[in-house]
Design a protein around this ligand. Structure first.
Ligand code: 13P
Length: 252
C-alpha cells in the first residue's frame, strides 16, 4: 500500500528562532495512520536542528528543498546530495516550479538532480505542474506528461518503487486558488497512467502522488480523499502549526 504523505515546504521563510518554535510545536505531531508520513522541508541551515528537535518522533522526516546537480567541487553556494545524505537527510524536493521558473532549472538539470539524489540514497519529491496559460489552453495533460518523461523516464524501474511525485499546478501556488478535488484527481490519475505505461501498474500503484497549491486545513480532507491523491505538499499553511497538524489529520 502506497504511503499517504503530508509534506511541508517552508520555502525561504522563518528566522532561526521562529523555525525552532515551529519545530517544537510540531514535535509531537503524529497520525494514528501507520501508513502516513510527515515530511518537513526546511531551509538548509535548519536541517540538523530540525533533525535534533524531531528525533523522538519517528513519523516525521526532515527534507531539503533542493540539491545540486553536481557531485562536488567549485560550485560556490551549492549543496550536494552527498552532503545531505552525510547529514542523514532522506528526502529532497526537486523540480519545484519556483526552481524551474526563478532559477532557470530545465528538465536536463532536474533529471541530473534526480540522479544525484537517488545515487546518494536521498528520495526525491519530484514536482511537476503546468502554468495558467497551458491550463487555459487545455494542454495540461501533455505538459505534465512531458515533465515526467524528461525528469524520470531515464530511471530503472526499481528506482520508481515507492517514489514520490508532487503535482503542483503553478496557478494554484500561493494564490489561494486551489484546484478542485475533481481537477486534482483527474491529473493524478493521468500521472499514474503515464507512469503505468512506462513502468507497469504495480510500480505506478506504489508511487505516492501529492497535490500542492493552496492546500489549507479547510480543503485538505476533500482533496486528499480522492483515490489518486496520496497527500499534499503544503507551502503557506505549513508555517502555522495548528493548520499543518489539521492537514496531517486529513490524510486518508
Ligand atoms: P502554497 O501551499 O503556499 O500554495 O505552496 C504550494 C507549494 O509550492 C508547495 O511546494
Amino acid at each position: 500500500m502506497r504511503k499517504q504523505i503530508a509534506a511541508a515546504n517552508w520555502k525561504m521563510n522563518l528566522k532561526y528562532d521562529e523555525a525552532k518554535n515551529l519545530l517544537s510545536e510540531l514535535k509531537n505531531c503524529s497520525t494514528e495512520n501507520s501508513n502516513a508520513e510527515v515530511i518537513l522541508a526546511v531551509p538548509f541551515p535548519y536541517l540538523l536542528t530540525a533533525q535534533e528537535i524531531l528525533k523522538s518522533n519517528s513519523s516525521i522526516q526532515v527534507a531539503a528543498q533542493n540539491c545540486s546537480q553536481h557531485v562536488q567541487g567549485a560550485y560556490t553556494g551549492e549543496v550536494s546530495a552527498g552532503m545531505l545524505s552525510s547529514c542523514g537527510i532522506k528526502y529532497v524536493i526537486i523540480g519545484h516550479s519556483e526552481r524551474r521558473e526563478l532559477f532557470n532549472e530545465d528538465d536536463k538539470i532536474i533529471s541530473q538532480k534526480i540522479d544525484q539524489a537517488i545515487g546518494n540514497a536521498v528520495q526525491p519529491i519530484f514536482c511537476c505542474g503546468e502554468p495558467l496559460a497551458i491550463r487555459e489552453n487545455n494542454e495540461e495533460a501533455g505538459y505534465v506528461e512531458k515533465q515526467l518523461q524528461q525528469g524520470l523516464f531515464h530511471l530503472a524501474p526499481e528506482k520508481l518503487e515507492g517514489f514520490i511525485i508532487a503535482y503542483e499546478p503553478i496557478w494554484a501556488i500561493g494564490t489561494g486558488k486551489t484546484a478542485s478535488a475533481e481537477e486534482a484527481q483527474s491529473m493524478h490519475l493521468h500521472i499514474r497512467k503515464v507512469m503505468a505505461e512506462r513502468y507497469g501498474e504495480k510500480i505506478a500503484g506504489s508511487i505516492s502522488i501529492l497535490y500542492g497549491g493552496s492546500v489549507k486545513a479547510s480543503n485538505a480532507k476533500e482533496i486528499f480523499g480522492q483515490p489518486d491523491v496520496d497527500g499534499g505538499l503544503v507551502g503557506g499553511a505549513s508555517l502555522i502549526a495548528a493548520d499543518f497538524e489539521a492537514i496531517v489529520g486529513s490524510l486518508k
